[in-house]
Design a protein around this ligand. Structure first.
Ligand code: GAR
Length: 206
């Protein structure tokens, strides 16, 4: 299912390297990335992809006049029509920002070394299936960790597993709850993810 923005009034640059953001949730990281590249003529957020019709990120796409695509489960795991769709739009990089489905091999093969993810913990700890959002922070606190943080990494065919690109840490204090730790981690995500994306893309191909 595909939705074109109702407004043609977009301030996206016409020519930058086209990237797609995949997200399943609220989209706060997607929003940061969109804001960061708004005035950068070399990188363009060309598409928002989600697996959830009710995801907040789709509202952001509408407000920002960025085309969006909802991928259904069957098509994502058993078809590869959406790969064509990404290629037709000349997408060069895929940025996962809270996208909760495992990325199928067909997509990894179509975008080798060009799919990156952010995870709200210091991988390799606290990653894998079911490790997202508050589950991660609860596990970190339950284990008595003194430190947590973020990991930005290349995506391979295992959950939260590919080569690490960047990590940043924050303290886990005695009084921290999953909610307060989530806030600290989110601050790191918003501060670093757009910059890391920019450095990586510019280093690789501009
Ligand atoms: C982010 O904290 C991201 O690290 C996490 O989902 C959140 C999405 O928030 N991703 C994972 O847990 C992946 N395993 P957002 O929708 O507000 O950007």
């Amino acid at each position: 299912m595909e939705k074109e923005p109702s407004s043609s009034n977009t301030n996206r640059p016409p020519d930058g390297v086209p990237i797609a953001i995949f997200a399943s949730g609220a989209g706060s990281n997607a929003q940061q990335i969109i804001n960061y590249f708004k005035n950068d003529p070399t990188i363009s957020i060309a598409l928002i992809v989600s697996n959830k019709p009710e995801a907040g990120v789709l509202k952001i796409a509408g407000e920002e006049a960025i085309p969006s695509l909802i991928i259904e489960k069957e098509a994502f795991f058993r078809g590869d029509g959406y790969v064509k769709e990404l290629q037709n739009r000349n997408i060069e990089w895929i940025i996962l920002a809270g996208f909760l489905w495992k990325i199928p091999l067909s997509l990894i093969k179509a975008f080798p070394g060009k799919i990156i993810n952010i995870h709200p913990a210091l991988l390799p700890k606290y990653g894998g299936k079911g490790m997202y959002g508050h589950f991660v922070h609860e596990a970190v606190i339950a284990a008595g960790e003194k430190e947590s943080g973020i990991t930005i990494h290349f995506v391979d065919e295992q959950y939260d597993h590919g080569q690490s690109i960047f990590q940043s840490t924050c303290s886990v204090d005695q009084e921290d709850t999953a909610e307060s730790l989530a806030k600290k981690v989110q601050t790191l995500e918003h501060r670093h993810y757009p910059e890391v994306i920019e450095k990586l893309i510019k280093k690789t191909q501009i």
